[in-house]
Design a protein around this ligand. Sequence first.
Ligand code: SAM
Ligand code: SF4
Length: 363
Amino acid sequence: MTQPEQRKLVDRFGRVHNNLRISVTDRCNIRCFYCMPAEDVQFLPKQQLLTFEEIERVARIGVTLGIDRLRLTGGEPLVRRDLPVLVRALSDIRGIVDIGLTTNGILLPALAQPLRDAGLRRLNISLDALDPEVFRRVTRRDGYEQVLEGIEAARRAGFSPIKLNAVSVRGLTEDQIEPFGRLARETDTVVRFIEFMPLDADSQWQRERVLYAAEILQRLERAFGPLRPVPAEGPATAAVTEDALPGLAADELLPQLPQSTTGKAPAEDYEFADGRGRIGLIASVSQPFCASCNRFRVTADGRLRNCLFSHEETDIRELLRSGAADSAIAQAMLDCIAAKGEGHEINTARFLQPQRPMYAIGG
Ligand code: SAM
Ligand code: SF4
């Protein structure tokens, strides 16, 4: 058991956790194939969701343990009624220096300004394709036009730069890389390409469908000229070597991004050498950043998770609803972080996809 006097979210590997991701709902208004089933999703009943008051209490307790950054996510966080009320309450917590939100953007036309007014400063909008047909194949729903309107609404509300998250999937989104590159070069938009991770509800993930960050980088450089890494902070990320991949044959070594000039982690952000535009590469599969992970999660139904890929959870809803003291909830957080594993193991033969898919964890 962790000593309470330690009172910081530091794990066995010395990683300090200051970033809490809070899922506010598991519901969503679209059905991205890499996250949700197409039909018949069983959503949590409302009474199982943490209330705004409970979420605020969790955040306040987190702050006493060193949390200073929050991100709201889901499911689709904007389908949770009165979300700006929660954003206001969280931004009023002393010790929180940054609140972000990840959204599919569909409800942003109505909500971008109220969220901004409530204190939200950082917004990531997920859009995997600039081609409406590809968008529909990914999301299995309509909504492309609303997302574009949502992006504009975010711009008008003062979110700048606009940050887009694009999951990259081999055989589906290759053709979108150049148009996204152009968008990044011609507008105030940072596009962050994310490797497809094994968190889909249908457990259909296959390594062959991961479009690797290094390939995306190559494609962008071919189209627009050299990209240079923007030096990253934090400890070095281990390169994926043959040793780390007992599940793969030697000729299947994963393509790696060039190291940043600082010799630290492979840079997540790159800028075009001519100074026009910036992109991000999130190589969660080919170059895991577990070594510098500072993230900690609470699901919409009040389970603490120390990793996206964890197989264990800590139920704090029960504690919250049974009159537990703040110190007991703090201890549950400390214990959860103390039990965190070294890394996600996607690239080993030991890997087992977690039972909860992405929408039920909170991405
Ligand atoms: N609904 C919101 C959205 O889509 O932005 C927030 C929740 S979503 C789970 C958070 C992020 O996770 C999104 O950018 C989404 O594209 C990403 N994501 C979901 N499933 C993924 C997967 N299997 N691999 C990689 N990224 C994934
Ligand atoms: Fe919904 Fe986001 Fe999952 Fe897509 S990635 S289904 S928008 S929760």
